[in-house]
Design a protein around this ligand. Sequence first.
Ligand code: FAD
Length: 509
Amino acid sequence: MGACGATAAHRPPSILQARAAAAERGAAAGRGRWQGPGRGVGRTSGGRRPNGIKPVELEQQASFKDPFPDAPVTAIIGGGLAGLTCAQELARCGLQATIFDTGEHGVGGRLATRCSLDGSLKGAPAGLLFDHAAQFFTATDPAFTSMVHRWEADGAVMRWTGPVGMLADGHFVPDDGQGAVRWVARGGMRQLAQYLAGQAHRPGEAARGPSSPGSGTAAAALVTVRRPQWISGAQAEPEGWRLVGRGRDQGLFDMAVIAHNGKCANRLAAPMRGAEAVHRQLRRLKLSANWVLMAAFASPVAAPGGLQGAFVSGSQVLGWAANNTAKLGGPAQGGVQCWTLISTQAYGRLNKVPQENVPPEVAQRVTAEMLAAFTRCLGLPEGALPPLVFTQAQLWGAALPTNSLHVPCLFDPSARVGVCGDWVAGGGSMQAAALSGVAMAQRIVAASGQQGDALRGLALGLDVPLRAVQGEQIGQFPGKQAAPAADAHTSAAAQTAAPAGKQPSLGAY
Ligand SMILES: Cc1cc2nc3c(=O)[nH]c(=O)nc-3n(C[C@H](O)[C@H](O)[C@H](O)COP(=O)(O)OP(=O)(O)OC[C@H]3O[C@@H](n4cnc5c(N)ncnc54)[C@H](O)[C@@H]3O)c2cc1C
């Protein structure tokens, strides 16, 4: 079967019928379906599960004996942008997928928004809203650009036209008109993820046809989202991959897609017997750490040029600052302004602690250092920032890839395992993540019903070396032209090259 160029609605009925029948068979066999508590699976020392079913004997590099299923049912482990677009594209091609995601407050991963309304900001006063990781995105690839235009037509994203540019020593240089359009999600990045998962509710919105890739309503019937659900293991059985989370069986799937990175992905892939080639590539991935400080000020910050967002130049501490209240509009009242400050990667590395358990004294020190750096960058005297009504410092320990495979996705068709995500497709950008998810789905579609050399020929990225990525401290922005540099220390490379082990002193910037 070839790639799914046509929409599901336009596909020959025979294929759709075959898929529906296969999906029913899969469902009847419990494939990809919740099988209830108490049916947990676990690897045993003899390779035999407690219920007596012997897992398929896999060599170091496994091959499923049967042809790739004609209507594969896919498990996508990770509900970030890549996992979501993968599921959307599979659904557009008439294939079922289940997304598993750990998100407590919603899907999205690094499309993260924190908001007082939904409890994602602990102890915050009402009305605060912060984009907590991805700040805005650009689109240069034609396929991604048309996806974004559909999101815009659906009201999920909008253009950010406020002053954004480069900030150094109190000087702000806007980059207006110099590069690609800046896009942001209405209501914060997490809303875009919710929309893609078909979970966003827009009163009065009419349902759209099920034919456009990247449309939030397209996939509803074929995509299942299970959240919050951690997947801790995957085990090959003759029929496919069985997933385990919190010690419980999460179902049997024809194909497993790892749509996340970092330690979690390593931990998951390492024991996946038969997915060694995939795991080898995952082990080579290098990731930055970045601190993010969410700070709400009681009154407007005196920002030069009325800047709404700025890449910070020449600071060892600060890489980015954005006024979310101006960017997103939203509920902040009485002059309160919500700012997101993101550290440089060098600062993140020097101040790395366990992300799940940040010692309070570290959070306090980082907060003070980032605020001091912000003051300096704005060109304000010490103590000149308005009073704070809320701060929260958090570390993204696996923030941004610093190397990439530079291929659309990673696919081992014999082992029926794939990986998609920003790090696979070129670096830390929403464009890379979205395109990687779509490419992953298209490989699965192309593999459907194939076997032998035709199937093996669809392998991708298993042997290519990872290469370093260049960009800003907070990722890559395709099409963005470099703003005029204010001094010699502006490049990401210069900032990341801060002497290892040397802690910036309080107020260093
Ligand atoms: C601080 C920061 C600022 C950024 N700024 C920008 C920006 O301005 N513009 C831009 O284009 N990009 C930016 N990026 C990068 C952008 O956010 C990412 O490239 C993109 O969101 C990656 O999407 P993804 O789907 O590949 O991965 P992720 O978003 O990381 O999604 C992975 C998901 O998998 C889940 N998961 C992990 N392990 C498991 C498991 N075992 N079981 C179930 N679920 C699991 C995670 O919880 C997560 O939800 C930024 C990133 C950071 C960290």
